[in-house]
Design a protein around this ligand. Structure first.
Ligand code: PGA
Length: 254
């Protein structure tokens, strides 16, 4: 049984580095006694340096990284730079980045570059909507296979896979909740796709769920959804709400 992990995706928040520090310290203070849960906060990259000095038990992640180490790539930030600023994880393939042009091919290059420089990719996959013919399973399979192309068996356990159906994200208009059953089926399916691709004996990545998770539904996703952790967006901006998600995770029986 792998350790559970709770990851915060702050997206483009908060508005100042002072507020970012306040948020980070608020979470750190409320979770001093957390023992069983890995906690990762992913702020905008510009705040990493300020937060690095507080990062001990709580680890830092970035929200994107580029697929080259350095050079003439205006506006891009490389995994090596993010590592130096304290990031140990990086969210890749998020639907909000896909909407701005990241294709599976680009994400694949980013995943491989991140791994090469010691960042653990949190690879996001998830369908935009569900169809009656269950075509969404194929969407997830295609995304996984394309984004993990050329990734070695040995690297697989350094990755995390976040299943984030776009229709359940808090930023999607007319969103609706996924059920733990929806999630359980998909988590089993993702593990099958990975074991078909990499071999049944390969150490599997941790599978996470993201989609408006908060203190009210975290427990059922963790217990009935069959996942190893959660990727929390909106609720992670409220230290009390986010800390309750962590407390729920801490209180789970293994
Ligand atoms: P949400 O975001 O919890 O606000 O839906 C999750 C994510 O987009 O990673």
């Amino acid at each position: 049984m792998s350790r559970k992990i709770i990851i915060a995706n702050w997206k483009m928040n908060p508005l100042s580095s002072k507020d970012a520090e306040k948020l980070f310290r608020g979470v750190a203070k409320q979770n001093q006694n957390a023992r069983k849960t890995d906690i990762v906060l992913c702020p905008p990259a510009v705040y990493l340096e300020r937060l690095k000095k507080f990062s001990r038990k709580i680890l830092l992640g970035a929200q994107d990284s580029f697929f080259e180490e350095k050079g003439a790539f205006t506006g891009q930030i490389s995994p090596a730079m993010l590592y130096e600023l304290g990031a140990r994880y990086v969210i890749l393939g998020h639907s909000e980045k896909r909407r701005l042009g990241d294709t599976n091919e680009i994400i694949n290059k980013k995943v491989r570059e991140a791994l090469a420089f010691g960042l653990k990719p949190i690879l996001c996959v998830g369908e935009k909507e569900r169809d009656e013919n269950h075509g969404y399973f194929n969407t997830v399979k295609n995304d996984l296979e394309a984004c993990l192309n050329g990734v070695s068996k040995n690297s697989l356990s350094k990755l995390l896979i976040a299943y984030e159906p776009v229709w359940a994200l808090s930023s999607t208009p007319d969103r609706h909740d996924a059920s733990p059953k929806d999630l359980e089926e998909m988590a089993i399916y993702i593990r099958k796709v990975l074991s078909d691709k990499f071999g049944a004996k390969t150490e599997m990545p941790r599978i996470l769920y993201g989609g408006s998770v908060n203190k009210n539904d975290a427990e059922e996703f963790l217990v009935k959804g069959g996942v190893d952790g959660l990727l929390v967006g909106k609720a992670s901006l409220d230290p009390a709400n986010f800390s309750q998600v962590i407390n729920i995770c801490e209180a789970l029986k293994n």
